[in-house]
Structures are given as structure tokens and as C-alpha cells.
Design a protein around this ligand. Structure first.
Ligand SMILES: Nc1ncnc2c1ncn2[C@@H]1O[C@H](COP(=O)(O)OP(=O)(O)OP(=O)(O)O)[C@@H](O)[C@H]1O
Length: 573
């Protein structure tokens, strides 16, 4: 089954996409084969019908045999009824199997999008959504729906042709003569189908990006009076998409019309030549009716096959777009971070995108450190190196002697927590947000961290742990969002805690309470603070690391008052 799926994936989507699509197809194949068997049986029933009609006309009506008429008409009716029931079962089987494949495919892509390598530029949210939704559906639609339809079509085509040959082989040559012309036309038309599909899919991504970006920034845009501007550019993107879709539809109608025209010509010839045969007494009238029915039946399958060849071109565009998402995923692989205390050693280190002079520093386990430097110099990026959320541009960063870049990212994240200035808060309740960090935490444990983050009073005044939280925490103040993020992080038993402007929107009094709670709860952890102002810059630091665009400043400052440290720093600069 796996080998067959790999072959099919390679044949349909090309060798590159086959690598990641083959396992998805292998899982869908067993149910796909069941649906295929059912649809072939339905097609066989369909093929039998004109033969029965022929019998009704020739053996019953024309032969004036009432018994034969009742028999053949009854059989036609029974088979017709059976075909209806069969069609329903077939449709349900098809829906279930194809929806499962779509879910499998989306799950794979969702996982890859979540594991996106931080070294790759982020996809705009809307573009990522368009790929997860639209492109996955395009692939599933092709691999499952179109694939099945195509096999059924081939079956009907071959069966129809066989039965036409059985009726009169000379007349059956006609559709065969048309085939080379159709093939020539198809291959000429295919590149344009692909180009139009690419255009439409990119336009879809651009539109989703505009929507997601504008909606998430609506308050800012309103404040700037820029809503009309954005609405206008959204309108323009919509117009572009409509134009693209129109071009694509016009093209597919043109391609379809060629096959319909060929079928119409065939029918005309059959009607003329077959009618003449009936007049000459060589054909019975039932044969002509059956022949016409088969010729008519072939137009559907032919159209489907034609569509298949072009749908494949569109599906490949989608596979390429999804392949880019898969390729940018970073597997959670690497060495386990060494057990025991995590010392941090930076040697001539600078993260990609940062502007500071390479920094060399050693932070011992349990130290309290202030990381300093002007805005935009690269403090956050340097700390992101420690969780593998940013790559190093130069130098090395080691944790307990192990090169960070070789460590397993999720294991690293369990031991080094990097709290950002703008934390991600999810829609739901306060408890749900807190349990993101500790799914099994009991209510008492949640209240403890709420106390530590100076949030317990606020929660009690609301609905307690069930306090509702809006999307991105939009119904909360900046300080509340930061405090929820702190409470959440404090549940993780990390050995290194990095507070990256994590207190910037919290008032000084609350900030001092939270800092005291952190000191009490996590005295053994390494605590690194980045703050431009406020209580997070105060207190006792074992060392301060200052990033500068010239030579790095590295001071040990035990027990000094903040103003003394500032002075020392100024002197050093
Ligand atoms: N994902 C990224 N890829 C490449 N460069 C980035 C990325 N994120 C940020 N940068 C760049 O890295 C530089 C340092 O940014 P960083 O956020 O580390 O500065 P910072 O010192 O923490 O500043 P601030 O004090 O304002 O928070 C900036 O020039 C920024 O544009």
C-alpha cells in the first residue's frame, strides 16, 4: 500500500511533493479503494441501462412481445432503483473518506506551520491560512475526488466503447479517431491552466493576508483615520481576485467546450449514419438509441478526463505552495540539553539581525543578570538564541557546555523561558490560559501563581479562574496581559528565566511585588532582566551585560545601588 501510494504521489504531484504527500495518500488509500470499488459498481450499473433500453425497444416494443416488454422494463426499473440507493451509499462513503484525508493533510500542514524554523521569514498569517485551507482542499480535491472520478470515467469510457463495439465496431471507431486531436489540444492548453492557477492561488493568499492584517490592526487604523485607505486596497485586491477567477473560469470553459464540441459532432455523425443504417434495415431502432446513449455517456467521462489533466496542473501549484511550508518546518530534533545546572556561555556572539559588537559573557547558574543596551541593538535577539528562536550570525552560545544550536528545541524551551514584552494570550478563560503551561495544574496551584503575579485580587473581582479572556487578550490592559504571561510562565520549572521587557506595562508597586515573589519562588533559577526603566532594573544584580555598537561593556556589580551602577556604566562608556 505504501509503495503504491508513493508511486501515485510521485506520478501526480512530482518527486518533491511525493516525499511528504505519500504517507498521507497511503493512509487514505484503503478507504479510497473501497469508494473506488463502489463507484465502479455504480458505473457498471449505469452502463447496463442503455442495453436494457435496447431490449425494451427491440425485444419488447418492436417485436410486439408483451411478456418480454414487462420483463425488460421491470428489470430496468429495479436496476434504476438499485442505482439510486447505491449512489447514496457511495456518496456517504466518499464524503467520509475524503473528509478524513483532508483532515490528515491539514493536520500535517498545521504541524509544519507550527514548527516553522525561526530562521525562515514568517509567512503572513493570512497567507498561511490560505495555504492551510485552500491549498490543502485543492490537493485533497484532486487526489481523492478527481482521482476517483477519473478512474470511474476511464471505466465508463472503456465500458461504453466496448459496448459500442459490440453493437457495431465500425461506428465505434469514430470516438477513437477524435482522441489524438483531443490529446494534442490538452497538452497545448495545460501550461496556461497552471499559470492561471498560480495567479488565483497567490491572489487568494494576498487577500487573506490583507484581511487578517487589517482586522488585527483595526483599532490602530481607526485611530489613524486609515480605515478607508485599507478598505480601498482590500477592494482592489478583491477586484484583482475576481478578474483572476474570471480568467480562470473562462479558460476552463473554453477547454471544456472543445470536448463538448467533439461530442456534439460525434453525436451528429452517429445520428446521421446510424439513422441511415436503420433506414437500410441494417440496424434496429433500439441499437441506434443505445448507440446514441453510449455516445452521450462518453462526453461526461471525456470531460472528466480532460478536467483531470488540467486539475493536476492546478493541484501541483497547491502542492508546491504547501511543500514550501513543509520544507520550512524544523523538526524537534537534537541533543538533550545536559542535565544539571545550566551555565550560559556566550563567545563573540551576535544573533542574526542584531547590530551590537559581538559579546562574550558567562552567566553562572542562579545568577541575577541585567542585559542592557539601546533600543534595537539586539538584546531580545540574543536571548532568543538561547531558546533557538533566533540563529546566531557569529560566535557561539553554549548551555552547560553544549552548543545551543544542536539542542532539541522543545526540551530547551522547557528549561529556558523567554518572556516577551507582548505575550500571546488566547481566547478562552483565565484558567485555560494558565493551563497552557501546566495542563494538569489544580485550581490551588493556579491561585498560587496568580498571587505571585499580583493578579489574584483582579481575578477574584471578576469570575475567578473562569474570567473570560478575549481574542489576543484584547479585553485586557497591557499590564494584565503581561501579568497573565508571568503567572503562566512561573508554573514551568525552568532553570533560566528571561524577562524581556516583561514588566514594561505594569505599575511600579505591582512590579515590585511580582519581583519579590519571583525572588522568593525562583531564587535558584538564573534570572535575566531586560528593561529600559522601572523596578526591573533595580535590586541586586550579579552582573550586567551591556550591548553596544562598539566594544562590549561587561561589569560585575555586587550590592551597588542603581544610581552607582549607572555612574559606573557611564564611566565605562
Ligand atoms: N526575526 C528577525 N529576523 C531578523 N532580524 C530581526 C528579527 N527580529 C528582529 N530583528 C532585528 O534585530 C534587531 C534587534 O532587535 P531586538 O528586538 O533584539 O532589539 P532590542 O535590543 O531587544 O530592542 P528593544 O530594546 O527596542 O526591544 C533589530 O534591528 C530588528 O529589526
Amino acid at each position: 500500500m505504501d509503495r503504491l501510494a508513493a508511486r501515485l504521489a510521485r506520478l501526480i504531484f512530482g518527486p518533491e511533493a511525493a516525499g511528504w504527500l505519500a504517507p498521507v495518500m497511503a493512509r487514505a488509500l484503503p478507504s479510497g479503494l473501497v469508494v473506488l470499488a463502489a463507484s465502479l459498481a455504480a458505473a457498471a450499473l449505469g452502463l447496463a441501462m442503455p442495453m436494457l433500453t435496447r431490449q425494451v425497444i427491440d425485444a419488447g416494443i418492436m417485436a410486439r412481445d408483451m411478456g418480454a416488454l414487462i420483463f425488460w422494463a421491470g428489470l430496468s426499473f429495479a436496476l434504476g432503483l438499485g442505482a439510486v440507493g447505491f449512489g447514496i451509499v457511495n456518496g456517504m462513503l466518499h464524503l467520509r473518506a475524503s473528509a478524513r484525508m483532508l483532515a490528515d493533510l491539514r493536520g500535517r500542514l498545521f504541524g509544519a506551520a507550527l514548527a516553522r524554523d525561526p530562521a525562515c521569514p514568517d509567512l503572513p498569517l493570512g497567507e498561511a491560512m490560505a495555504r492551510l485551507d485552500g491549498d490543502c482542499a485543492e490537493i485533497q480535491g484532486f487526489a481523492f475526488d478527481t482521482g476517483l472520478v477519473a478512474v470511474g470515467a476511464l471505466f465508463r469510457l472503456a465500458g461504453g466503447l466496448g459496448l459500442m463495439i459490440a453493437l457495431d465496431w465500425r461506428m465505434a471507431i469514430l470516438p477513437l479517431l477524435a482522441a489524438p486531436f483531443e490529446l494534442w489540444f490538452l497538452s497545448r492548453a495545460r501550461p496556461r491552466t497552471r499559470a492561471l492557477a498560480e495567479e488565483v492561488r497567490n491572489q487568494r493568499g494576498a487577500l487573506s493576508t490583507q484581511m487578517a492584517e487589517t482586522l488585527s490592526a483595526r483599532a490602530t487604523l481607526r485611530g489613524l483615520g486609515a480605515l478607508d485607505q485599507r478598505a480601498a486596497s482590500f477592494g482592489a485586491a478583491q477586484q484583482a481576485q475576481i478578474a483572476g477567477l474570471t480568467r480562470q473560469r473562462l479558460w476552463s470553459e473554453t477547454v471544456g467546450a472543445v470536448s463538448q464540441t467533439i461530442t456534439a459532432i460525434l453525436r451528429g455523425i452517429i445520428l446521421l449514419v446510424g439513422g441511415w443504417q436503420v433506414v437500410r434495415g441494417e440496424w434496429q431502432i433500439g441499437t441506434l438509441v443505445a448507440f446514441l446513449a453510449y455516445a452521450g455517456m462518453m462526453s461526461g467521462p471525456l470531460r472528466n478526463l480532460l478536467g483531470l489533466y488540467h486539475a493536476q496542473a492546478r493541484a501541483r501549484v497547491a502542492a508546491d505552495r504547501l511543500g514550501a511550508v513543509i520544507a520550512s518546518a524544523r523538526p524537534d530534533e537534537g541533543a538533550e540539553p545536559p542535565p544539571g545546572p545550566l551555565s550560559i556561555a556566550l563567545r563573540d556572539a551576535r544573533a542574526e539581525g542584531a547590530a551590537h559588537h559581538p559579546v562574550t559573557a558567562t552567566i553562572l547558574p542562579g545568577q541575577r543578570v541585567l542585559l542592557d543596551g539601546p533600543s534595537g541593538i539586539g538584546k531580545s535577539r540574543l536571548m532568543a538564541v538561547l531558546t533557538r528562536d533566533a540563529p546566531l550570525a557569529e560566535g557561539s552560545a553554549r548551555l552547560a557546555g553544549a552548543e545551543v544550536a544542536h539542542l532539541r528545541p522543545l526540551r530547551l524551551a522547557a528549561r529556558v523561558i523567554h518572556l516577551a514584552q507582548r505575550p500571546a494570550i488566547l481566547r478562552g478563560t483565565l484558567a485555560e490560559n494558565l493551563r497552557l503551561a501546566a495542563p494538569d495544574a489544580g485550581d490551588a496551584a493556579l491561585w498560587q501563581v496568580l498571587e505571585a503575579a499580583d493578579l489574584a485580587g483582579w481575578a477574584r473581582a471578576g469570575a475567578g479562574l473562569a474570567t473570560p479572556i478575549g481574542e489576543t487578550g484584547a479585553n485586557l490592559s497591557g499590564g494584565l496581559r503581561q501579568r497573565i504571561a508571568i503567572a503562566r510562565a512561573l508554573q514551568r520549572p525552568a532553570e533560566v528565566l528571561i524577562f524581556d521587557e516583561a514588566f514594561s506595562e505594569i505599575d511600579d508597586a505591582a512590579c515590585q511585588r511580582i519581583l519579590a515573589a519571583i525572588e522568593a519562588r525562583h531564587a535558584d533559577a538564573t534570572r535575566i532582566f531586560i528593561a529600559h526603566s522601572g523596578p526591573a532594573r533595580e535590586g541586586r544584580f550579579d552582573q550586567r551585560i551591556t550591548l553596544t555598537s562598539s566594544a562590549p561593556i561587561f561589569l560585575i556589580s555586587r550590592g551597588e545601588m542603581p544610581y552607582q551602577r549607572e555612574k559606573a556604566r557611564e564611566k565605562a562608556v
